[in-house]
Design a protein around this ligand. Structure first.
Ligand SMILES: NC(=O)c1ccc[n+]([C@@H]2O[C@H](COP(=O)([O-])OP(=O)(O)OC[C@H]3O[C@@H](n4cnc5c(N)ncnc54)[C@H](O)[C@@H]3O)[C@@H](O)[C@H]2O)c1
Length: 261
């Protein structure tokens, strides 16, 4: 038995067409879970196909994961497996890469809808089916911990996710359902591809991740392993927490190296 064993569990992963969601679905399948993977992009089917090709079980749904209808279809697919044990509410958008003080109302609202309301709808709808306990993990971001890592609506939405994790964990007191989050730092995924592409085009790839003490950007796989751990019984006494998976970025204050003073 591996320490992180998800054998026999059914897990929902949203935002699973690529990046962190896809990597997490593959890790969870490898650890024995049955997967229901969802994304607004039809490419999510490739994630399910890869899991099945490797001997696992997975169903894919191309739906908007921030609507009642989309989540209802996802939960129904999970319930049809006979149980719902794990929800990884991960789908998200940046709404741009730079902070803008003139962000229109509808743009701000759309980021909140996908990044914050989406996880809430998913949590609300899975809870009645987690009768024998369960584990919920949400994707926040270091941008939700403090300023400096993302645009205004994105950062506010992710701060909301941090609070959602804490508040729902407390509201579920005594129900045997743990709620945690991950706060990734800079991870190479389709979301950050423009930033990586720009750095590579300028020959500055070696500058990526230099603000964190691990001194590199992260891989989706490294977040996936943390999520699988939080979703597993190995994390049975971890509840209401948001784990930064950021190479140490959020552990430090900005500093001026001694040699440059
Ligand atoms: N990559 C990073 O550096 C980083 C850092 C911190 C947090 N995050 C967060 O990690 C999560 C995963 O992002 P990623 O980096 O893997 O990028 P990604 O773009 O590959 O993944 C996000 C996925 O969410 C999907 N999605 C967007 N809106 C949706 C909707 N309404 N319904 C269903 N699916 C929808 C996208 O199609 C995409 O596949 C996001 O919540 C993101 O905010 C990423």
């Amino acid at each position: 038995m591996t320490v992180i064993d998800l054998t026999g569990k059914t897990a929902i992963v949203t935002g699973a067409a690529g990046g962190i969601g896809r990597a997490t679905a593959l890790v969870m399948a490898r650890r024995g879970a049955r997967l229901v993977v969802a994304d607004i992009k039809p490419e999510v089917r490739e994630t399910a196909e890869e899991i099945v090709a490797k001997g696992g079980q997975a169903e894919a749904l191309a739906v908007d994961c921030a609507t009642d209808e989309g989540i209802a279809r996802i939960v129904a697919a999970a319930v049809a497996t006979g149980r719902v044990d794990i929800l990884f509410a991960n789908a998200g958008v940046t709404g741009g890469l730079m902070p803008r003080l003139d962000t229109p109302t509808e743009d701000f609202a759309e980021v909140l809808r996908i990044n914050l309301l989406g996880p809430w709808i998913a949590i609300r709808e899975v809870l009645p089916h987690m009768r024998k306990g369960g584990a919920i993990v949400c994707t926040a971001s270091v941008a939700g911990l403090r300023a400096g890592a993302g645009p205004i609506p994105y950062s506010a939405s992710k701060a909301g996710v941090v609070n959602l994790v804490q508040t729902v964990a407390m509201a579920l007191t005594g129900r045997g359902i743990r709620v945690n989050g991950v706060a990734p730092g800079l991870i190479e995924t389709p979301m950050t591809e423009p930033l990586y592409a720009d750095a590579r085009a300028k020959g500055r790839e070696n500058r990526i991740g230099q603000l964190n003490p691990t001194r590199r950007g992260g891989e989706a796989q490294e977040v996936a392993e943390a999520v699988a751990f939080l979703a597993s019984d190995a994390a049975s006494y971890i509840n209401g927490q948001v784990l930064a998976v950021d190479g140490g970025l959020s552990a430090q204050l900005p500093f001026t190296p001694k040699w440059s003073l």
